[in-house]
Structures are given as C-alpha cells and as structure tokens.
Design a protein around this ligand. Structure first.
Ligand SMILES: [Zn+2]
Length: 210
C-alpha cells in the first residue's frame, strides 16, 4: 500500500519551528503558541514573500557598492593600491596565484549573484502560483540554504590576505568600504533565505490536486 500524502495545514495542524512539535490549535488560528516550548505558531511563515523581497532588494542594492568600491587598501613604501573584488581577482590571476583567484571569483562574485537570481526566481514563481517542477525548486532552495553557510568565505580570504601581507611588515593592508557592503549582502541574502517559506512552493500544487 502506498502511503497517503496529507498536509498538516489541511488537517488543521501546526508544526513548531523551534521544537518541531505538531499540535492542534483548535478553532482560533491567531496568536497560537506551541504547547511545549511557547514559540509562536504559524501555518506559513508570516509575510514570507514581502519580507524575502525586502531583504533581497536590500542585498541587490548593496551588491553594487560591494563590487564597485575598493575591497582592500594596500599601503606600501611605493604607494597605495586599492582593489575592488574584480581587480583583486585579476591581480591574483596575473600574479600566478590562480587557485586563490578562482576561489575569490566563485565565492565573492558568482555565488552571491547566483544566489540572488535563484531567490528572485523562487519568489516570482511562488507569486505566480506556478506548479512547474516543485521538486526541482525545493532542491534549489535547499542548495541556497546550504551555500549560505559558506558565503563568508570571502571575508576569510581577506583575513588570510591581511595576515599574509602583514607578515612582510613593509606593507599595511586594510579592508575597504566594499568589505562592509559585501558582509551585508551575505547577511541579507541569508535573512532572505530564512524568511522564504519553501512550503509556499507546494501550496499551488496541493490546491491543484483538490
Ligand atoms: Zn515548540
């Protein structure tokens, strides 16, 4: 016998986001608290789409200064050099440390851009109540969630570069204004990912089935 699919929402059940306890809230669906841990319960994350758009638009706006403003400010006896993320990548590539160049390019330019594009795609598809490839879209969401944890890689690369240059003592290296913007982009895309409710992908599919 095939297991029958039943959604908690259709059965009038709510799952706690904190302790995962499933409970029956009764008739009243506003301001329900988890009977075990007291956390607020919701059928879906509140204002998921609006909040995700808000975090995402802020991330898109800050992505521009993160790439245009200098990321590192290197001062040596011979003068100052300021590098943006891209010029840093080019510098690393031409100076022979191409593995580092690839890491910085993937972590700081490609991953945040793909992440923003994927979230925009998920939001638009959910808003259009699309029933197209829900499994693939759920997988995409899981991938974005997984990648989020590694996005701070670039900050580590800067820390690593700073340590490397400071060792030579003749140069000082500082993080430029783009570093703060970049950190904000990473945090904002993480917040956007968290406020997106992947169950919204499945709601139109469930409605279609009756
Ligand atoms: Zn709970």
């Amino acid at each position: 016998m095939k297991p029958q699919a039943v959604t908690a929402a259709r059965r009038g059940l709510l799952a706690c986001h904190v302790c995962m306890l499933v409970s029956h809230p009764g008739r009243e669906l506003d301001h329900v608290c988890c009977p075990r841990c007291g956390a607020a319960l919701h059928v879906r994350k509140p204002d998921s789409i609006a909040r995700t758009w808000a975090f995402l638009s802020a991330a898109i706006i800050l992505y521009i200064p993160a790439n245009v403003l200098p990321m590192t400010d290197v001062r040596t006896l011979f003068g100052n050099t300021e590098d943006t993320i891209m010029s840093g990548v080019v510098y690393l590539w031409t100076s022979g440390s191409w593995p580092l160049a690839v890491i910085v390019f993937v972590a700081s330019i490609m991953v945040p851009m793909l992440k923003i594009m994927a979230l925009v795609f998920l939001l638009v598809s959910v808003q259009m109540r699309s029933v197209w490839q829900p499994v693939q879209r759920t997988r995409l969401y899981r991938l974005i969630e997984l990648v989020g944890r590694w996005s701070m890689l670039d900050i580590f690369v800067i820390a690593f570069l700073v340590a490397l240059v400071q060792l030579r003592a003749l140069a000082t290296i500082k993080a430029g204004p783009a570093a703060a913007c970049f950190g904000a982009v990473v945090v904002l895309t993480m917040c956007a990912t968290l406020s997106f409710d992947p169950r919204l992908i499945w709601d139109p599919v469930e409605d279609d089935h009756g």
